[in-house]
Design a protein. Structure first.
Length: 441
């Protein structure tokens, strides 16, 4: 090598080292990097749109007519299979997302051998954080249950209810029957869990109005005997919206200076998928988006909060377009004012008014052949839903779950941890890492 070449080589190496040092320093000192990598999350808000995957996301975007608030938060995907099936149920999926361990379908908070598993909510509680569960189903349903209880069968909702008090500080949803004794029309053999909760300093509430005027650090809100009403029909009741429950839960839990963990479930996206009710599905996603907006707004203002959004599985095998046509007509759903189940209840005993009912609630002129199909159907609501989905060109493949991956969204402190394709068992481990709290089985 000549002297000149050697000199240029030395200059080049020195330049590269200088630029590398400059870029590393600049990256580490940037405000965004400091926010996401150098601070820990004091609070975690996990929002689960039950039964939601990419087809639901795409259809909803068309239904809404613009981007969703969480589209910009998309960071990856999540696998959903359970320990004993490629297609999970909600119990196994929620257990995986709560404990970091795959289990069999139907099990809540235990592994496939029945061994009790620690949940991320319990880990947060042990570190002095407040905890909350919010759901539009019974609060004892599979998804909320898996974050705080341990039972060998998801159907044991009375057993689940007995484990929730006083472990969880804020409980908002349906399922009042599982907290009352049989003597009062409930499902508990003897105990009155609502009375017990009051004795442990919980404020018990039953209506939307009461929710807006709560005080104290512990809330038990049971707004229905069973699941809450579908979003389309909730204004006809005294029940709060998911957004209103989210706002109150955050307000209550955020008084703890050590932080909080909150799980919020939009349960009825799943219910709609099981029923093939496209309109119900889109309206539940809209309600879920409003709740997510409340969480994101809090995280932006607070600066110490991680927001994670992901489905537990997909329900119904929903498609964007269908029936051998290169188009979709999702906008048709915007003007439908009732679920298929509600329309079915409006039919006469002879079912001879199907055309009038569908026209009144959906604005669709169904054919005489379609009316006859409804008249002869053993499953009225499903038949109505399938006919409406046909007009909207939304296809369905099953009345249960599918095994596809689901989108993963994250915002705020530690959101970078969720980039990429993950197992659903990664979720609690990453949330614990973001909070810098101990978590292991």
């Amino acid at each position: 090598m000549t002297g000149l070449s050697k000199k240029w080589t030395e200059i080049t190496i020195a330049t590269i080292l200088f630029l590398t040092s400059f870029l590393i320093h600049d990256h580490q000192s940037s405000p965004v990097h400091a926010q996401t990598r150098e601070k820990h999350a004091q609070n975690v808000i996990l929002l689960i749109p039950d039964g939601f995957s990419s087809s639901q996301a795409t259809n909803y975007r068309w239904f809404k007519g613009k981007e969703t608030i969480f589209d910009a938060m998309l960071v990856g995907m999540q696998r959903t299979y359970s320990a004993n099936s490629k297609v999970t149920d909600s119990a196994a999926a929620a257990t995986a997302m709560a404990t970091g361990t795959k289990t069999n379908n139907g099990l809540i908070g235990v592994d496939s051998e029945g061994k009790k598993l620690t949940t991320i909510l319990e880990a947060a509680n042990r570190c002095g954080k407040s905890t909350g569960l919010v759901s539009t189903s019974t609060i004892t349903h599979a998804t909320p249950a898996a974050f705080a209880t341990h039972v060998g069968a998801r159907a044991k909702e009375s057993d689940i209810a007995r484990q929730l008090i006083p472990k969880v500080d804020v409980l908002l949803g349906g399922g009042k029957q599982f907290f009352l004794p049989q003597s009062a029309g409930g499902k508990q053999p003897q105990r009155n869990l609502i009375k017990e909760a009051k004795n442990k300093d919980y404020q018990f509430i039953e209506t939307r109005h009461q929710l807006q005027h709560t005080r104290g650090s512990k809330l038990l809100g049971l707004f229905s005997n069973s699941h809450l009403s579908p979003e389309l029909h909730r204004p006809e009741t005294k029940e709060p919206s998911l957004s209103e429950m989210t706002t109150r839960a955050i307000h209550t839990l955020s008084t703890n200076k050590k932080g909080f963990f909150l799980m919020i479930e939009g349960s009825q996206i799943d219910f709609a998928g099981h029923a093939h009710d496209s309109t119900w599905s889109m309206n539940e996603i809209a309600a879920f988006e409003k709740a997510a907006q409340k969480a994101i707004h809090f995280a932006k203002k607070d600066g110490h909060t991680l927001v994670v959004i992901t489905g537990d599985h997909e329900t119904g095998g929903m498609s964007v377009g269908g029936y051998n046509q290169y188009k979709a007509n999702i906008e048709l759903l915007r003007n439908i004012t009732a679920t298929g189940e509600t329309m079915a209840k409006k039919l006469t005993p002879a079912r001879d008014n199907a055309q009038q009912i569908i026209k009144a609630y959906a604005g669709i002129d169904i054919t005489a052949e379609e009316a006859a199909k409804i008249q002869a159907s053993p499953h009225l609501a499903t038949t109505i839903n399938d006919i409406i989905s046909n007009y909207a060109l939304i296809g369905w493949t099953t009345h249960v779950h599918t095994g596809q991956d689901v989108p993963l969204y994250a915002f705020g402190v530690g959101s970078y941890l969720f980039n990429g394709l993950h197992e659903n068992t990664d979720l609690p481990k990453l949330m614990a890492q973001a909070m810098e709290i101990p978590f292991s089985q």
